[in-house]
Ligand binder design. Structure first.
Ligand SMILES: *Cc1c(COP(=O)(O)O)cnc(C)c1O
Length: 438
């Protein structure tokens, strides 16, 4: 169309949406479904492409991301132990497809160059936490150690006296801190610590405070005359706040649960809300409320995550391809809202009525078995004192030794001379085996 010419009929009847109005994010996202990626990620790519004025690029964004995820590759290089392809090949006859043969563990399929083992997974975890970036180490103790070593070596870390605690299994905050090379400055008292206590430590003459560390005292509860300064209250002190939330709840709103957050979660700190409150980094375990394999996740500001990833200790603390593949499966399950692929959340939220019926079905075929009310627990030191209504099969006598000796051992509780099998932690696929064993 030259200048000065009237618009042709063709221009006049052209549908306005095609050029003048951006295409709908949701429609574009749905057109990317063949990538196999979870819908929330496709919405991100659609939004990004539309914002850049290039809706057609959404497909490439999705495809590039899919290639960053861990998956199987065929190694035709002739190098048997290929560092970028996960070194030794795994036996394809055992285990999942992700772990079989060779994988793109440290290989960028787009460029053909060496890649980062955290590239795709880091983006998934960051997306789930609402963070700029994320990385993974072997457990949460390693996450705390690495972040302090990377961000506070030789400098001061301010911790509340109420939080310089032992979290079971020998994870003692002052000892981990000493190993990192950071110097602990404890402030406040065991039961009360205020913002002004942190402020005084930061402003003290000769102070060299690198970060404030908040630790969720997950395995005990102090009640009564207690006060702690929240992450939100500490977020504008001028130094980064690192929060060890430990238990690995991703989002207090639990969008992956159709019925929303269960009442027993109460005030459990969550990664997304802690970051939104102003924490610069959060650290948590992969195998607590996150419901994945043993791992430690560090998520938050991109520059701080990069500093952690660059530190020499990161190499010593890095998880292997199997763990990363399992963590990737868990992260994708959250984004797909696929409760069936999140066994912890599936078991934790099954209606107690369903458990009672399953217990009754099993007990019906076992002489002397009774169905009783029971109390399940989150465990692993998380949510101390919290119980979840459950149902159990009760048998007179202590049968624990014989149950443990089975080909597939059954581990039960024994109390006051009766054996209790709690249905909340038994997968329904194992009900028939449990019934025949009893
Ligand atoms: C569980 C926990 C840890 C230790 O985590 P691991 O993954 O077992 O190393 C550290 N801090 C807090 C607050 C915890 O709850």
């Amino acid at each position: 169309m030259g200048t000065g010419t009237r618009p042709s009929d063709c221009d006049t009847i052209r549908p306005v949406t095609a050029v003048d109005r951006p295409p709908s994010v949701d429609k574009l996202a749905r057109s990317l479904a063949s990538s196999g990626l979870p819908h929330p990620l496709l919405v991100d790519f659609a939004r990004e492409a539309i914002a850049a004025g290039q809706p057609d690029e959404a497909t490439q964004l999705a495809e590039a991301f899919r290639r960053q995820l861990l998956g199987r590759v065929i190694n035709a290089t002739g190098v048997l132990l290929h560092t970028n392809l996960g070194r030794a090949p795994r036996d394809s006859g055992q285990g999942d497809a992700q772990g079989a043969g060779y994988s793109n563990l440290e290989f960028d399929l787009s460029t053909g160059q060496r890649g980062s083992r955290y590239a795709g997974l880091g983006r998934l975890l960051a997306r789930l936490c609402g963070a700029e970036a994320a990385m993974v180490v072997n457990n949460n103790a390693a996450a705390v150690l690495l972040s302090l070593a990377a961000l506070a070596d030789g400098r001061q870390v301010v911790v509340s006296r109420g939080e310089a605690v032992e979290i079971g299994g020998g994870f003692r905050v002052p000892e981990v801190m000493a190993q990192s090379g950071a110097r602990l400055v404890d402030v406040g008292t065991t039961n009360r610590t205020r913002r002004s206590d942190y402020e005084r430590a930061i402003d003290a003459p000769g102070a060299d405070v690198a970060v404030v560390l908040k630790i969720h005292p997950s395995n005990f509860r102090v009640e009564g005359f207690v006060e702690e300064a929240s992450v939100a209250v500490l977020s504008d002190l001028g130094v980064p706040v690192l929060a060890d939330i430990g238990s690995g709840l991703l989002d207090a709103a639990c969008p992956w649960l159709p019925s929303g957050p269960p009442a027993w979660l109460a005030d459990e700190p969550a990664a997304r809300q802690t970051l939104a409150d102003g924490a610069s980094l959060v650290m948590f375990s992969g195998d607590k409320l996150f419901g994945g394999p043993q791992a430690g996740i560090i998520a938050g500001r991109a520059d701080l995550v990069a500093a952690c990833a660059r530190h020499p200790l990161a190499r010593a603390l890095r998880p292997g391809g199997l763990v990363l593949a399992a963590l990737q499966d868990t992260a994708l399950a959250y984004l797909r809202r696929d409760l069936a692929a999140l066994p912890f959340w599936r078991m934790a939220t099954i209606d107690v009525g369903v458990l009672r019926r399953r217990a009754a079905d099993i007990a019906a075929n076992v002489g002397g078995a009774r169905v009783v009310d029971s109390e399940a627990m989150p465990g692993a030191g998380s949510l101390p004192g919290v119980t979840i209504a459950s149902a159990a099969i009760e048998l007179d006598g202590d049968h624990s030794v014989r149950l443990r000796a089975l080909a597939l051992p059954i581990v039960a509780r024994v109390r006051d001379g009766v054996t209790l099998l709690d249905l909340r932690t038994i997968d329904s696929a194992d009900d028939a085996y449990v019934a025949s064993s009893l």
